[in-house]
Design a protein around this ligand. Structure first.
Ligand SMILES: Cc1cc2nc3c(=O)[nH]c(=O)nc-3n(C[C@H](O)[C@H](O)[C@H](O)COP(=O)(O)OP(=O)(O)OC[C@H]3O[C@@H](n4cnc5c(N)ncnc54)[C@H](O)[C@@H]3O)c2cc1C
Length: 359
């Protein structure tokens, strides 16, 4: 069986590993000359957004025999609204390293592989159709799913990630919600070490040229004067797919739409979708059936996203105030069974009523 994987990111590498375990050596094409994310240096996993009940790393080990390690736990999240703020403490999630060097998730995956990735290979499905029996699209973007007419945009974002110097607690993450500079998205800080952090701003529905304006507004509004040593910009669109398989082509990771539209988390689902696509091909199981629970989760996040889009800055402050209530804090953050997606049914009713009121 000849299998091609387009993209050497976390979904493509996880899929390649799953194929190798079945005794099949796929060809992994990566457009860059290296493994590791060119934009993200660190990223977060938050338990309340997970689709399973246990710890995500234990889940990967138990379900797929895949041992991966985060770089740190998240014990504190400081949330800043336009005027209100709250700090939440507990076992909240993990920070993962996404850099080229060291023990990044990408490097952990690639070190388990026997195959060599084909670097500097920018390919398209048309280049591979004749030669391969199955093609997995792990490109991290919507270009190929759009070309296949499978993709529907939810929203488009521009993203600035800066490496900043300062003093950081490696177990604390900060998040800012403010319509004035993030519109319907957010800004957040994830430490790389006690001396460096990634400061990120995500804004929806702006042009690439406007990002400087919103970035300056963010830094000045929040009075952030970290020394910035590098900035990296990218764009990203979040979307739904009508199907995740078309003929012998399978969409995994971000290209499969497995990024939650609420706050953009999707690492674990990306890894799992890659493994499940390999299972589907080797065992002859319908891929769309295998990944249906993820799709249902994405729909729930979408309802919550639609609700958040209607919020004003005052509403964001109210939300922060609500999170200050000790009983709610305890219920939400220190309860491993509480998941954000459970709020989706209420959001669905609210969104429906809102549509009826404002057609
Ligand atoms: C800006 C941003 C921030 C995010 N932050 C988080 C976070 O904090 N926590 C979280 O859980 N999730 C986060 N996500 C969600 C995301 O699911 C994961 O971070 C993860 O990177 C998705 O893996 P992937 O393999 O689909 O894509 P990627 O990791 O992007 O990998 C895609 C790879 O394909 C290569 N490629 C692209 N096109 C081609 C081509 N034509 N030919 C060959 N190679 C190609 C690229 O160079 C890249 O190496 C974020 C996503 C984005 C976009």
């Amino acid at each position: 069986m000849k299998v091609a994987i387009i993209g050497g990111g976390i979904s493509g590498l996880a899929s390649a590993l799953a194929f190798e375990r079945y005794g099949i050596t796929p060809v992994v094409f990566e457009k860059n000359g290296h493994i590791g994310d060119p934009v993200l240096f660190t990223s977060a996993i938050l338990h309340i957004f997970n689709h399973f009940k246990s710890d995500p790393f234990k889940h990967l080990k138990k379900k797929y025999n895949l041992k991966l390690s985060p770089s740190s736990s998240i014990k504190r999240i400081a949330m800043y609204g336009p005027t209100e703020q709250v700090t939440i403490e507990g076992n909240l999630g993990y920070i993962t390293n996404r850099m080229r060097e060291g023990t990044s998730i990408n490097n952990q995956l690639s070190s388990k592989l026997s195959l060599s990735v084909e670097f500097d290979s920018l390919v398209d499905i048309d280049d591979l159709k004749e030669e391969f029996d199955h093609i997995l699209v792990a490109t991290g973007n919507s270009v190929i799913p759009k070309k296949l007419d499978l993709w529907e945009d939810i929203f488009n974002t521009h993203f600035r990630s800066a490496t900043v110097i300062g003093h950081f607690d490696t177990q604390s993450v900060s998040m800012w919600l403010n319509k004035d500079y993030a519109k319907n998205c957010s800004a957040y800080l994830i430490p790389i070490s006690s001396k460096e952090a990634n400061l990120n701003l995500v804004i929806d529905n702006i042009t690439a040229r406007e990002i400087d304006y919103y970035w300056e507004k963010f830094l000045s509004s929040e009075k952030l004067d970290y020394k910035i040593i590098e900035t990296r910009d990218s764009s990203f669109n979040c979307g739904f797919l009508s199907r995740h398989q078309k003929d012998n082509i399978y969409l995994i990771g971000n290209a499969g739409g497995f990024v939650g539209s609420l706050v953009g988390l999707g690492q674990i689902k990306s890894i799992e979708s890659g493994i499940l696509a390999a299972d589907s091909i080797v065992k002859g199981i319908d891929y769309d059936k295998l990944i249906n629970p993820f799709v249902q989760d994405m729909k729930k996040f979408y309802e919550l996203r639609m609700l958040l889009n209607t919020f004003t800055n005052q509403d964001l402050d109210r939300l922060i105030n609500l999170l200050k209530k000790p009983t709610l804090k305890k219920l939400i953050y220190n309860n491993p069974l509480f998941k954000v997606k459970y709020g989706a049914s209420i959001a669905k009713i609210y969104n429906f009523l809102n549509k009826v009121k404002n057609p």
